[in-house]
Ligand binder design. Structure first.
Ligand code: F58
Length: 835
């Protein structure tokens, strides 16, 4: 089309300013104020005196961007010039959280900005509060991607994150009569100051149609895809600043729009309505994030989203990041595509299609390149969470890709047959194409066959992945499977979220720990230092008061800084066992109302839940309803004397996490052993000085090993015991019959104690626990209650608790996502820092 891509100007500039690299505004209060007011006046088009908080927030965000711009352009220039190998992180989700605070931290401008705004009569806190966080992810997987790109920028590793610019991120959760009601997340409506749209760099993405096979001029048999329809992918760039290191990497999110050609054709036909409909159809692709956690939906639109962003990203990389006439045989020395779960796996046949059909490369050569260019991270163990795409659907949407997948599978199964002659069972087990219940492509298998490496996200998970989920592949590909334990960025989850603790740490061990988190070890001796302990407790109390202000403001609820804060925040899922937590609360309540213990003798506790349920996940929504039911009864029963309190602030998100986690005393990580791949909330809590009550699952195993058994409350079945119990036949009701306090807790719920006597209201949850209980909450109840009783006793010993909390902080430096990145670099990517 005529628009074409705008290329850099051909003529050499002569003006002195144009020759010099672009400069940053002066890092002084005056320099900042001038830049800020310029943005307010010229950018927003308002005077300070008439500006709204949103105007001021927009102007501030753009001003902070200016300070990062020179570094960004310089990073891009060097990256292109050096052609150093980099990571293309492919992820359908990035749960970024608010950008302003992080950008201020990265630039080191916080104090200057605070002072400058103050002189303009503006409170920085008010502008921070104005930002709507980009919630472009569901939970752990999306937040992990955000942590990883932060770490890579901080470690000077070349990386571009690729994903989707959803117009609506994860839904906003509200409660109506205690039930979850979803509201669209319109995060873009007040403006999007952090993004840079590049319509000139759009890619055309094809769908549908059919394939043709022909003999090329050189006599070679080739295929081509004749698509049926297309959309345009427009990139939006986001800065990913390293922590005060002068580097800014890029996150590139794609938005779908109708192609000009499509518009034009329909416009010419005079059918205006049809033109608008086409527009809508195209824009639907990046319209909304699928709010499913753990069970993917086999929806056509979801596959469209996946192919859309992956095809755009691969094309983008080949077109803009490589020099002209680049020899694609060298691609593995230039880029590694990291597949964040199976969502981007359609990129495998896409790269093959580009190399073979478009670049006319020989199949075997193309396959050798592809196998070096991809690596795959698995984030689950639940069989129902492994994505499969029906052949019928995939063939209709991406006919050429299906052919390519068939050929990959054929050649792969030939190899299997060669290694294991006559082992037909093995061959059908390992086929990328499943035959039952319908013919479908197993995306995890495709990723495993294509990937140079496959990794799980915690030691236990990686082990189970090899032993239980993909054992045939582990045997077939020795050395392909590896582990990289997850991590979290200490910039956001310690420094930004917990400034008081950060200051205390720096006072004790000096600066430098934020980029070398193992240095927290130097805190260990302070665990026995009385003055330090006192200050540590003061930090916790301060964070509780801060949380109290936030909750009062957003929900009109409060937390008491004398209570133990017992927190369970994560997606609502049966395997995570929020019901087990509830049974503990009901048991505590029952102990009081039955007169077994005096309220005054109970350790005062506030329980905080935060959890969204997938909108179609019935039982999860019923559990939310029950949590709210229990909360309203416990909180208002005078017999409790205010010593137990249950809070469930709606719409738990990154912003709230940053306030809740630093205030927590107890971290609930109570999934059934063998079900939580890793968990990352568990790491955030420990790093912020909460003690964990947890099962032997995911990264809990590694946390416990590091902080030592004494400083961790372990309970529950171990993974092999779980398997054993399943095999023997698990009967949940037998636990109910055997354990008196469990029986009373369940009976209270069943008899309507939390539903005004209504026995039907929570029947689904009770019935599920008694007759199904897939995740063995009842089997672990007794052990959980015992552990909770130990927690209560331990908390009463303030000095002991503080010591253990400090040791948790000191010993969890391993869980920095910087360390995760080092492991990926050493074991998978081989992408050293490039300055
Ligand atoms: C999570 N997965 C794991 N999936 O459950 C958690 O243990 C792990 O710590 C985390 O990944 C990071 O490795 C997860 O968050 C999703 O949200 C998918 C969204 C799309 C549908 C399938 C689940």
């Amino acid at each position: 089309t005529a628009t074409a891509e705008s290329r850099p100007t051909k003529r050499k500039p002569t003006h002195a300013l144009a020759l010099a690299p672009v400069g940053s505004p002066p890092s002084s209060v005056d320099g900042f104020v001038k830049e800020f007011l310029r943005e307010l006046n010229f950018g927003q088009g308002v005077a300070l005196s008439t500006s709204t908080v949103n105007d001021q927030y927009m102007a501030l965000a753009k001003t902070v961007r200016h300070y990062l711009m020179a570094r960004w352009l310089e990073t891009l220039r060097r990256q292109f010039q050096s052609q150093a190998k980099g990571v293309a992180y492919l992820s359908a989700e990035y749960l970024l959280g608010r950008q302003l605070g992080n950008a201020l931290l990265a630039t080191g401008l916080t104090e200057i900005v605070e002072e400058g705004l103050d002189q303009c009569g503006i409170d920085l806190a008010d502008l921070r509060a104005q930002e709507v966080e980009p919630g472009l992810g569901n939970g752990g997987l999306g937040r992990l991607a955000a942590c990883f790109i932060d770490s890579l920028a901080t470690m000077n590793v070349p990386c571009v994150g690729y994903g989707i610019r959803y117009q609506y991120g994860i839904f906003r959760q509200t409660f109506v009569d205690g039930r979850q009601v979803e509201q669209p997340d319109s995060w873009l409506t007040l403006g999007a100051p952090w993004e840079f749209p590049h319509p000139e760099a759009a890619q055309t993405i094809n769908f549908g149609g059919h394939t043709e096979h022909y003999t090329d001029t050189d006599g070679v048999e080739r295929s081509r895809w004749v698509p049926g329809w297309k959309v345009k992918a427009v990139p939006y760039n986001y800065m990913v600043p390293g922590y005060q290191n002068g580097r800014v990497n890029t996150l590139r999110l794609w938005r779908s729009v109708a192609t000009d050609a499509f518009d034009l054709r329909i416009f010419n036909s005079g059918d205006y309505e049809e033109a608008v409909r086409a527009q809508t159809y195209a824009e639907n692709i990046s319209k909304v994030l699928y709010p499913e956690d753990s069970t993917p939906q086999g929806k056509e639109l979801r596959l469209q989203q996946q192919y859309f962003f992956v095809a755009a990203s691969i094309a983008d990389l080949l077109r803009y990041l490589l020099p002209k006439d680049y020899d694609l045989h060298n691609l593995p020395n230039r880029v590694i595509f990291q597949l964040n779960d199976t969502h981007p796996v359609i990129g495998v046949p896409e790269l093959m299609r580009v190399l073979v059909d478009e670049k006319k490369m020989d199949w075997d050569e193309a396959w050798a390149i592809t196998q070096q260019c991809f690596a795959y991270t698995c984030h689950t163990l639940l069989p129902e969470a492994l994505e499969v795409w029906p052949v019928e659907l995939l063939g209709r949407l991406l006919p050429r890709h299906l052919e390519i997948i068939y050929r990959i599978n054929e050649e792969f199964l030939e190899q299997v047959a060669e290694r294991f002659p006559g082992d037909h069972l093995r061959i059908s087990r390992m086929s990328i194409i499943a035959e039952f219940p319908e013919r479908a492509v197993r995306m995890a298998y495709l990723a495993t066959v294509a990937g140079a490496k496959v990794n799980g996200v915690a030691e236990l998970h990686s082990q189970l992945l090899r032993d239980k989920v993909l054992p045939d592949f582990d045997e077939f590909y020795p050395g392909k499977f590896t582990n990289v334990t997850n991590g979290v960025t200490p910039r956001r989850f310690v420094k930004l979220a917990n400034p008081a603790l950060s200051e205390l740490i720096t006072d004790a061990i000096g600066v430098g720990w934020l980029t070398d988190l193992e240095r927290l070890r130097e805190l260990e001796p302070y665990a026995t230092d009385e003055e330090f302990r006192e200050r540590f407790r003061e930090v916790k109390a301060h964070n509780k008061r801060r949380l109290n202000r936030v909750l009062e403001q957003r929900d009109g609820t409060s937390v008491d800084d004398t209570h133990m804060l017992d927190v369970m925040v994560k997606r609502l899922h049966e395997y995570k066992r929020q019901t087990l937590k509830l049974l503990h609360i009901v048991t505590e309540y029952d102990r009081i109302i039955s007169g077994e213990v005096a309220a005054a003798d109970i350790t005062p506790r506030t329980f905080i839940f935060g959890a969204k349920a997938a909108p179609g996940y019935k039982i999860a929504k019923d559990i939310i309803h029950l949590i709210n039911g229990v909360g309203s009864v416990v909180n208002s029963d005078p017999r409790v004397e205010g010593r137990l309190k249950v809070l469930f602030p709606p719409n738990y998100n990154v912003t709230l996490a940053e306030k809740v986690i630093p205030a927590a005393d107890l971290s609930e990580q109570i999934s059934l052993a063998g079900k939580e791949a890793s968990g990352t909330g568990n790491m955030k809590f420990a790093l912020n000085g909460a003690l964990t009550i947890g099962t032997d699952d995911g990264a809990n195993v590694e946390i416990r090993r590091l902080v030592k058994d004494d400083n961790f409350f372990l309970f529950g079945l171990l993974e092999p015991e779980v398997e054993d119990l399943y095999a023997r036949g698990y009967v949940p009701s037998s636990y109910y019959e055997k354990n008196e306090s469990l029986k009373r807790a369940i009976d209270l719920i069943a008899e309507g104690a939390f539903s005004n006597g209504d026995r039907d209201m929570y029947a689904s949850v009770v019935g599920n626990l008694l007759h199904e209980d897939r995740f063995m909450a009842l089997a672990d109840y007794e052990s959980y209650i015992e552990a909770q009783d130990k927690v209560a006793a331990a908390y009463a010993d303030t000095e002991w608790w503080t010591r253990a909390a400090i040791l948790n902080v000191a010993r969890c430096g391993f869980f920095s996502s910087d360390r995760s990145m080092r492991d990926y670099i050493d074991r998978i990517w081989h992408t050293p820092p490039a300055y």
